[in-house]
Design a binder for this molecule. Structure first.
Ligand code: DX5
Ligand code: ZN
Length: 224
């Protein structure tokens, strides 16, 4: 088995998105990570729905929508209808995550839940058997290019142990400051899905960076 790589297009060149999608597709990534920000849960505002519709039509890969928005239950339909195949929301702003997960499944998409670096793992443990993906933020959301927060790996380890004991297999995704130093540490803790933004899009060689990320985790994934 190998790690999954979901490039975050936050810092891609949005003037030439078709070429950017073609390049990461050719580099062999498994999905596209969309960082959606509403200016309320986090300060910046990112992609409008129209942009997302255009983007999902440009690329055959699955789109994993990371909703950094308040009241996600009011907006998930927009991302489903814009052809995102996985919708992932923050537990910090969800009054009834189990109901929203059921709703996403009822609409035929995969469900993910996310916690910020300072949010305890407990809420994720309770939902481990209901979701296809959990995301542990390794930076405080809002911007790409931040430094990785290693303390987050204690939560990843606890979550992975919980899943092994119960035979559960949601994807364990980590997002923020992922590179060839931090990816192996995250993989060793149990993360199998890496979101990388600047490590890929600030480089001139997307295929080389994807290969470097996979190679950096090879010692860990050899035992998977
Ligand atoms: C939240 C965003 C970022 C982005 C990746 O701020 O979710 O974490 O995806 O950031 P870098 O550039 O650190 O890979
Ligand atoms: Zn993200």
């Amino acid at each position: 088995m190998k790690i999954r790589i979901h490039p975050s297009i936050l810092n891609a060149d949005h003037e030439q998105m078709q070429a950017e999608f073609d390049r990461v597709l050719a580099a062999g990534v498994e999905a596209i990570h969309l960082d959606i920000m509403d200016g309320r849960f986090v300060k910046p505002v990112t992609f409008e729905i129209e942009t997302i519709r255009r983007y999902t039509a440009m690329c055959s890969l699955p789109f994993d929508a990371h909703l950094m928005i308040v009241q996600p239950e009011r907006h998930v339909d927009e991302y489903i209808d814009a052809c995102c195949s996985l919708v992932n929301f923050h537990l910090e702003v969800s009054p009834d995550p189990a109901a929203l997960i059921d709703y996403l499944h009822g609409r035929g998409v995969q469900a993910g839940v996310t916690v910020n670096p300072n949010t305890p793992v407990d809420g994720m443990l309770e939902l481990a058997d209901r979701v296809e993906l959990v995301l542990f933020m390794s930076v405080y959301p809002g911007y790409g290019g931040q430094r990785f927060i290693p303390d987050v790996l204690d939560k990843v380890r606890a979550f992975k142990r919980h899943c092994v004991r119960r035979g559960l297999n949601p994807l364990i995704q980590i997002d923020g400051g992922i590179n060839t130093e931090t990816a192996p540490a995250a993989a060793a803790a149990g993360a199998d899905t890496m979101v990388a933004g600047t490590f890929i899009f600030r480089s001139g060689d997307y295929a080389g960076q994807v290969r470097a990320l996979r190679d950096s985790c090879a010692d860990v994934t050899a035992n998977w």
